[in-house]
Design a protein around this ligand. Structure first.
Ligand SMILES: Nc1ncnc2c1ncn2[C@@H]1O[C@H](COP(=O)(O)OP(=O)(O)OP(=O)(O)O)[C@@H](O)[C@H]1O
Length: 748
């Protein structure tokens, strides 16, 4: 096994690599060793069009979002806008907004490709489609992976996606986060191999210093932004995916860290991976590290190809990049936009907008007719057809492993997030003593009325308190954690049942402990009947109501996307449950159309059980007064046991609904059903290449690359050379091919 070499590099070494000199790239032993070898995967997209339905007010021009070029069947009449009835307006119109307009291109193994373009040009949409992260809309066109027709869902099975926002549980350390990802995703490795892999990735991403630091958030101080980003990359990289997608990995980072992250991405590409990153506006240093770029404007390709050829290409289009200018800045300021301060003050703004639009149409048309675009058209019909094997698919651990890891993580989260646990315990003690003092020694009150009123009030408060105090914390805590769950689940780390059951299992000790604490304090302060059986029933009811509270809180947190909406809706639901909780409204006198609420109120069942438990055999001045008090309360026909059974049923129903609400979330992150294929992602990947593609297309050169790769450190070179050959061997642009070859060999 090759030794682990850290890629700690100086600014000088990065600068050297920019010049394309043959710098020593210490990739040997780092995820390029035999046991973690990467298989080349080529992504091709043909006529890729993506549109979403947007709601416009009736005053918005219907054709505002129609495609502006003829790339998407210009002969077809635009679909008429549909009107929808709206409660708050005169009716909303639905229009199709075309976000990507018939894109054709390819991302090659062994190369770092960047998707560039102004804000709103469709960069994230493109990468989301390729990574299977699109949630809504309609996708037309073909996606090919090594010559197989696939959906984004299938590409997701062989890739890692690092989103722009790094959603990682704040209380985990860097090493714990990477180890968790490795354990979940690499079930076939032995613990020692897994540890080795984690060690390698930490070394590769220069995270040694931060390995024991927690990720942190706005409250907990944790790792820096750059370390957090590198940790997110490491979590994906640890499963050794052949394809990596990154959405703006350098945003928010300082210049040096941004360069370092891009350098690492280039190294990852050199080890045979297909690395595609979205970049907003890269610096000159970063730009020169890209192998290929794709420049988008309003969902259209303006350029795709080698980064080093882009300036020459735009010179041909008629835009000459001045010497010593960052090409990326030049594209933005002179090609994609033409900044002129005078335009801001101009009166004829509409004319200027039209002129700008037709200028961009020309740039886009130039691309469509260029030999570079023809080259990609050629690749789209002659893709690589290298086999895709079962081993290349992201692996998943078993339910038991997932449950154990998530349970341990949730436990650590509780211990490290001590505040939340402490507040829960303090709340139980505080409310126990507070309410105990209010209703201190109930049987010692002067009058029977005072006794029954206080006893009913105290027991009602117990039920309300247990419901509330268990529901509210879970809403706020879970709303934050939910994002982590959504992201991790989407990235294929674990299944919904593993998360759901581990999450609820960790709550069990709390839902038993805090009501017990509260019950012990209040039972003796209230002066309730000195009977062990009655005490344990009191405690059991408090615990059951507490569980219902947790179930209700989880349901509320999962049911709404927005925490503010949850916080507004929750009291609206709790209030009727409380009003029909048995104390305020007599069970028989409630109007029929509202009376049913009492049968879904855990507070009602809890209060009924507590009241029956205490009033049965209750004496005042030696006289049995409990039955009369119970008659006055008219709690209904059920005894203690039946009320407890109803509490258990309600809590089961609440948990089932919470599970369904989470399932809805998960289904939504999988995207619209119409975006998915009937063929499973696995079958799409393991199928043979499409019959129209020549067998072993480009494979000979890729195999040659593999042979070279067996020598440590040379795999990247071999792969890159192979890829270039595959890209250009049968290209009609022989001149361009030769040029590409030279460039690639030089940069490798
Ligand atoms: N689901 C959607 N519904 C409506 N509009 C959408 C949807 N998804 C994307 N868009 C729109 O499509 C356009 C392209 O969005 P996208 O996020 O891909 O752009 P981008 O180039 O990544 O921008 P940025 O650099 O600002 O992130 C934007 O105008 C965006 O508002």
């Amino acid at each position: 096994m090759s030794t682990v070499t850290s890629t700690r590099h100086s600014k000088a070494s990065i600068a050297d690599s920019h010049r394309g000199d043959d710098v020593s790239i210490p990739v040997e032993g780092l995820l390029s060793a035999n046991q973690t070898r990467v298989q080349p995967l080529q992504i091709v997209f043909r006529n890729l069009t993506y549109s979403v339905t947007v709601k416009n007010s009736p005053t918005t021009p219907a054709n505002k979002y129609e495609p502006v070029t003829d790339q998407v069947d210009s002969n077809a009449a635009p679909p008429p806008p549909k009107s929808k009835f709206s409660l708050f307006g005169r009716g909303k119109r639905e229009n199709q907004k075309v976000i990507l307009q018939g894109l054709t291109g390819a991302f090659q193994p062994g190369r770092l490709a960047a998707v560039l373009g102004p804000s709103g040009s469709g960069k994230t949409s493109l990468i989301n489609i390729l990574a299977g992260s699109v949630r809504a809309g309609r996708i037309d066109g073909d996606l090919l992976l090594n010559g197989r027709r696939v959906t984004g869902d299938a590409i997701r099975r062989v890739s890692g996606y690092i989103h722009q926002d790094d959603v990682i549980l704040a209380t985990m350390t860097v090493e714990e986060a990477i180890t968790m990802s490795a354990t979940m995703r690499c079930p076939n490795l032995t613990p020692a191999e897994r540890q080795q892999r984690v060690h390698e990735v930490i070394g590769l991403l220069e995270l040694e210093k931060a390995r024991h630091t927690v990720i942190g958030n706005t409250i907990i101080k944790g790792v820096s932004g750059g370390e957090r980003k590198r940790c997110a990359i490491a979590m994906e990289l640890v499963s050794n995916p052949s394809v990596l997608f990154l959405d703006e990995p350098t945003s928010g980072l300082d210049a040096y860290t941004a360069v370092t992250v891009t350098y690492i991405l280039r190294e990852l590409a050199r080890s045979g991976r297909t690395v595609v990153t979205v970049m907003h506006q890269p610096s000159s240093e970063i730009f020169h590290m890209f192998d290929d770029i794709m420049v988008l404007q309003e969902g259209r390709t303006v350029y795709m190809g080698e980064a080093s050829h882009a300036v020459d290409y735009f010179t041909r289009v008629g835009y000459r990049c001045p010497t010593y200018t960052n090409p990326a800045d030049f594209f933005f300021m002179s090609v994609l936009y033409q900044f002129d301060p005078e335009n801001l003050r101009a009166d004829n703004k509409e004319e200027l907008v039209l002129a700008e639009s037709s200028r961009l149409d020309e740039v886009s048309t130039f691309w469509k007719n260029s030999p570079e675009a023809a080259q990609y058209e050629h690749i789209a019909t002659h893709p690589l057809t290298r086999p895709i094997t079962q081993e290349m698919l992201n692996q998943k651990s078993t339910f038991a492993v997932q449950f154990a890891i998530l349970f341990r993580r949730a436990g650590r989260n509780v211990l490290r997030n001590k505040m939340v646990a402490q507040v829960k315990v303090m709340q139980a003690i505080f409310f126990g003593i507070f309410i105990g003092l209010i209703y201190l020694n109930i049987p010692g009150k002067d009058t029977l009325n005072a006794v029954t009123q206080d006893l009913s009030g105290a027991l009602f408060f117990v039920a309300v308190n247990q419901f509330f105090s268990n529901a509210m914390p879970i809403i706020t805590v879970f709303a934050e954690e939910r994002q982590v769950f959504e992201r991790e689940h989407q990235n294929g780390l674990y299944s919904l049942p593993a998360y759901f059951f581990s999450k609820n299992a960790i709550e069990v000790p709390f839902v038993i402990f805090t009501p017990s604490l509260f019950s012990v304090i209040t039972y003796w302060m209230f002066g309730l009947q000195e009977d062990a059986g009655k005490f344990f029933i009191y405690l059991a009811v408090a615990v059951c109501v507490g569980f219902c509270g947790v179930g209700f809180g989880t349901l509320m947190a999962c049911a709404f996307d927005n925490l503010q909406v949850t916080m507004v809706v929750t009291p609206l639901i709790i209030l009727p449950l409380m009003i029909f909780g048995g104390l305020f409204v007599n069970s028989g006198s409630a109007p029929v159309y509202l009376g049913w609420i009492q049968w879904i109120s855990p507070i009602k069942y809890g209060f009924s059980a507590l009241a029956i438990n205490q009033y049965t055999g209750f004496e005042y001045n030696g006289e049995e007064v409990g039955s009369k008090a119970l008659d006055n309360l008219a709690l209904g026909p059920f005894g203690i046991l039946v009320n407890i059974v109803f509490l258990i049923v309600l809590f089961t129903v609440l948990y089932v609904f919470s599970y369904l609400a989470l399932w809805r979330l998960v289904s939504r992150t999988k995207g619209d059903k119409s975006l998915r294929s009937k063929v499973s992602p696995k079958k799409q990947l393991l199928a043979p290449p499409l019959p129209e593609f020549p067998e072993n297309n480009g494979d000979a050169s890729m195999l040659a690359a593999d042979v070279t790769a067996t020598e440590p450190g040379s795999y990247s070179q071999g792969t890159l050379r192979g890829t270039t050959t595959a890209l250009t061997a049968s290209s009609p642009l022989n001149g361009a091919s030769e040029k590409n070859q030279v460039t690639d060999n030089r940069s490798s």
